[in-house]
Design a protein around this ligand. Structure first.
Ligand code: 13P
Ligand code: SF4
Length: 302
């Protein structure tokens, strides 16, 4: 029996739904019930009627699905699928920062642990970070943990005083302007579409800055035919399917190794053994829910 057939069989047996991020390997995306960005996946997690959610992504995404569905079983097929940016912010550090800026509201990128979310006022994703910060009453905002995203938001909301945390995504932060310009030299007609986790000097070169789902929508609606995609390479899988006929160029080496840990074999093993189950303390489940729900009520920004 093929792995795909076995996944389908187990999905029925367990009454499970498979949610996959846009950076997952093509074979994993192809067996998923929903593929999307962080915001889309959080929304889908609240809509499912399945008993089990198999989350093909990284740790913080599976934790958010659990926070939003405490009564459901949420499985992360590979425990090592962890986002290094999320690991750059800890509860103690965030509490110290809050104590230094008691007049600030705390906005946390979803790329954070559930324990740190419990300390935040509202979450955001790359889709709605500007919209979330703009919606706040306070002038001062603590924005954690992605400094590049924070700086990008600051450009759109100059009246806010933003206190940033020095976190970053190793995959996006390592891209240089020279790499992007090299692609542009080879493909002069191509539009540059970048993720806001990239450095400011890379974002300065972009025709559009979007979340991964926002990039797909931008490319689909654009009258242009060629695009340099400055984010993790697997986004091209959906782009090629959903904007067929258009041409895409990725930046060599833009791979998130953590997103590549899950394969069809691990999805099968996870559904067979019902591991690894996401388990969070009750008080974290309770306190992390509000900032996530507040973010979802604000909705998409791109
Ligand atoms: P998106 O929400 O845009 O998919 O981004 C998630 C992420 O981890 C990007 O590195
Ligand atoms: Fe985390 Fe970066 Fe991977 Fe996104 S691409 S999951 S931010 S390490």
């Amino acid at each position: 029996m093929s792995l795909v057939t076995r996944v389908m069989e187990l999905k029925r047996e367990r009454n499970a739904v498979i949610l996959a991020h846009n950076y997952q390997m093509p074979e994993v995306q192809d067996v998923a019930d929903f593929v999307g960005d962080s915001l889309g996946l959080s929304v889908q997690a609240t809509k499912t009627r399945a008993d089990v959610i198999v989350f093909c992504g990284v740790d913080f995404m599976a934790e958010s699905a659990k926070v939003l569905n405490p009564a459901k079983t949420v499985l992360l097929p590979e425990l090592e699928a962890q986002c290094p940016m999320a690991a750059m912010l800890d509860v103690e550090g965030l509490r110290k920062l809050k104590a230094r800026h008691p007049d600030a509201e705390v906005v946390g990128y979803v790329n954070t642990s559930a324990a740190t979310k419990a300390e935040m006022d509202v979450c955001c994703t790359s889709s709605n970070a500007v919209k979330v910060v703009s919606s706040l009453e306070s002038r001062k905002v603590i924005f954690v943990p992605d400094e590049n995203l924070g700086r990008w938001v600051q450009r759109s909301v100059p009246k806010k005083e933003m206190v940033l945390w020095p976190g970053y995504c190793p995959t996006h932060n390592s891209v240089t302007p020279a790499q992007v310009l090299k692609e542009k030299e080879h493909h002069p007609k191509a539009r540059i579409v970048a993720h806001p986790e990239c450095r400011p000097e890379v974002l300065d070169l972009a025709d559009a800055v979007r979340s991964t789902e926002g990039m797909i929508n931008y490319v689909r609606d654009s009258p242009d035919w060629e695009f340099i995609i400055v984010t993790e390479r697997e986004l091209l899988h959906r782009l090629k399917k959903e904007a067929s006929g258009k041409r895409f160029y990725s930046i060599p080496g833009m791979i998130c190794p953590n997103m590549k840990r899950i394969g069809l074999g691990s999805v099968v093993a996870s559904l067979e053994s019902m591991k690894e189950e996401v388990v969070l303390p009750d008080d974290i489940l309770e306190r992390a829910r509000r900032p996530l729900e507040r973010m979802m009520a604000i909705g998409r920004g791109d």
